[in-house]
Write a protein of this length. Structure first.
Length: 601
């Protein structure tokens, strides 16, 4: 007899909640010694991996402190949520640069590090493993509660632009192509007088007209003058201790869809497009992919403490939320969850994109397997992922860390209540990272203990981004750590297997080629991915698509389906271990070998 995930966890003496709500009124004495289910491999494998992650942030010059509310106590929920970051090549030199969001303190909290008011930061890749802070030169040194970030060339001028969400007023930065940016929020029609709490965002061309549109998540309509203080109501407690209030008990935000008018301006089409029909939600991260393989981009939204959203593109400028019918709104028991991070990838290489969603502690993540028709089945338990329930999961991604041709899962974690360390609840505020290795048979194994100090070191992390910053042929990880400096986790050993990296340039479609799908075939093994904007938690990955090839000595076939015309271009017998640039209608226009200073390990 097949057990549901809830029944299975219950048989293991686990209290499984759908997020904060289930634990709000539980007496403190009930939580002083809670058994936690962990993957056996994380403590008992004792194995070694040919791939390890080393945190090289300090040596790379990434010593900029993140500032996000109180350090030891958090009075309001804005202090707990944190923010994302981005890997993106702002100067188009073929090397990934870094954008770091930053926050603020509320009155009466700890002083700023070094007495300096925090700002967002842009760091240029020096192509030698180090970065230089060019924030001032670029004109990006804005203060405030910067949350999510997504990248896309909205005006098709060949330079990727930067959209940043805030608790306050969102900002659109136009890339001038000379290393500087100009704020064009009002000029573009994206400014609102009212204060809103933007969280995740994603660029997409939902009507396939060749211009990028913009979807923005809004988390909570927050007025801290009207929010109860910690412990004042049942929604301001966690496991019997007083904590900041929310999200339950607070008013959720309304998501927004902006249509690109093709002249540098946007129009809010949220109501017309059906985006407002689900009502207010605690939305955190949005991703846009073609989940039903019909050639039109859909939108999936991870929602905190409520049902998540899947906006199906109806091909006429409108969307319909089909998440409940499609099987990706709740877990397999029909329970709401505290969704935060989202990864999308074809983990079983069947040609359909699957979804991994991270949730709050005392719960499992979700692995939604695509049934091949745009609906999903929750395979979390069968895949071996209904483990490690103590983690509060934030940034995540499907990434092939060892280039064996199967997408693994990387996840960063961090609690939201620093106060828990005072109450000895058996819970932690800081956590190590998690790595689940794809075994190629629909299951995963927790190999975190084998992956080196960059995975083992604990932080309270939020956003993370994935990309090959040192151009050595394997995927690295950039992590935002709350009230700490970032981590730059260099992948050592992943390039011992073969790989191919593909940068797409649109001509008839949007220049960033967001929505373009690539299929890579080696022998009988086929992989797919799409160029995408916004991912993980409120973050942006490398826009290049990276495919591990294992020991294959050539790529038998690369197919590129361009999103506006739906035309497919094919390339055969391509040598591995190259960075390719493919331009729509022109084919492969550039080939580069990996960084010669990198070493195989």
């Amino acid at each position: 007899m097949k057990l549901s995930r809830r029944k299975w966890l219950g048989s293991s003496s686990i209290l499984l909640g759908s997020g904060i709500l289930d634990a709000l009124t539980t007496p403190l004495w009930r939580w002083t010694s809670i058994p936690v289910l962990q993957a056996a491999s994380s403590s008992a494998s004792g194995g070694t991996s040919p791939v390890t992650f080393i945190d090289v942030a300090k040596d790379a010059g990434l010593d900029i402190p993140n500032v996000w509310g109180g350090v030891k106590h958090k009075k309001y929920i804005v202090e707990a949520k944190g923010s994302g970051l981005a890997f993106f090549d702002y100067d188009q030199d073929g090397w990934l640069d870094i954008y770091l969001t930053n926050g603020d303190r509320l009155p009466g909290e700890e002083p700023y590090p070094d007495g300096k008011t925090p700002t967002q930061h842009l760091l240029k890749n020096n192509r030698d493993g180090t970065f230089t802070d060019v924030t001032e030169k670029a004109g990006l040194g804005r203060t405030g509660w910067g949350t999510g970030v997504c990248i896309g060339d909205y005006d098709n001028d060949g330079w990727d632009d930067l959209f940043c969400c805030y608790w306050g007023h969102n900002v659109l930065w136009h890339n001038n192509g000379d290393g500087t940016f100009t704020e064009v929020t009002k000029l573009a029609g994206l400014y609102e007088e009212r204060v809103r709490w933007g969280s995740g965002c994603t660029w997409l061309d939902y009507d396939r007209d060749g211009f990028l549109d913009l979807f923005v998540c809004n988390y909570i309509d927050l007025d801290i003058q009207k929010v109860p203080v910690p412990g004042q109501t049942g929604y301001c407690q966690w496991k019997g201790i007083p904590v900041m209030c929310g999200p339950r008990g607070l008013t959720g935000g309304m998501n927004i869809l902006y249509h690109n008018n093709g002249n540098g301006t946007f129009t809010d089409v949220s109501e017309k497009a059906g985006i407002l029909k689900p009502g207010s939600r605690y939305s955190i991260t949005a991703v846009s992919y073609d989940f039903d393989n019909d050639g039109w981009p859909d939108i999936y939204v991870a929602v905190d403490s409520e049902a998540s959203i899947l906006f199906h593109n109806r091909h006429d400028g409108t969307f319909e939320d089909i998440a409940a019918m499609a099987g990706c709104a709740y877990n397999e028991d029909g329970q709401e969850q505290a969704g935060m991070g989202v990864a999308v990838g074809d983990y079983d290489c069947d040609g359909w994109l699957d979804i991994y969603k991270g949730n709050f502690s005392d719960d499992t993540p979700d692995l939604y397997h695509n049934n091949g028709d745009g609906t999903f089945t929750d395979r979390t338990l069968e895949a071996g992922l209904a483990v490690d329930t103590q983690y509060v999961r934030w940034g995540t991604g499907f990434m092939d860390y060892d280039n064996d041709g199967w997408k693994d899962i990387f996840q960063v974690n961090g609690h939201v209540y620093p106060e828990i360390v005072e109450y000895h609840l058996g819970a932690q505020f800081t956590f190590p990272r998690l790595v689940y290795r794809n075994l190629g048979n629909g299951t995963f194994r927790d190999v975190s203990s084998e992956m080196g100090p960059g995975v083992a070191e604990p932080f309270s992390s939020r956003g993370c981004a994935f990309g090959d910053y040192d151009n050595d042929g394997d995927v690295d990880v950039l992590v935002l750590n709350m009230n700490d400096s970032p981590s730059l986790l260099r992948n050592d050993g992943g390039n011992s297997n073969n790989w191919i990296s593909i940068k797409l340039l649109g001509v008839k479609c949007n220049r960033t080629a967001i929505g373009a799908r690539v299929r890579v075939v080696t022998g009988k093994h086929a992989q797919i991915d799409e160029v995408h904007s916004g991912a993980s938690v409120m973050s942006q990955n490398d826009l290049r698509l990276h495919f591990g090839l294992g020991t294959s000595s050539q790529v038998d076939l690369i197919e590129v389906e361009w999103p506006t015309t739906q035309k497919v271009e094919s390339f055969t017998n391509v040598s591995p271990n190259q960075f390719l640039v493919i331009e729509e209608g022109k084919g492969i226009i550039e080939r580069k070998k990996p960084n010669p200073s990198s070493k195989m390990s």
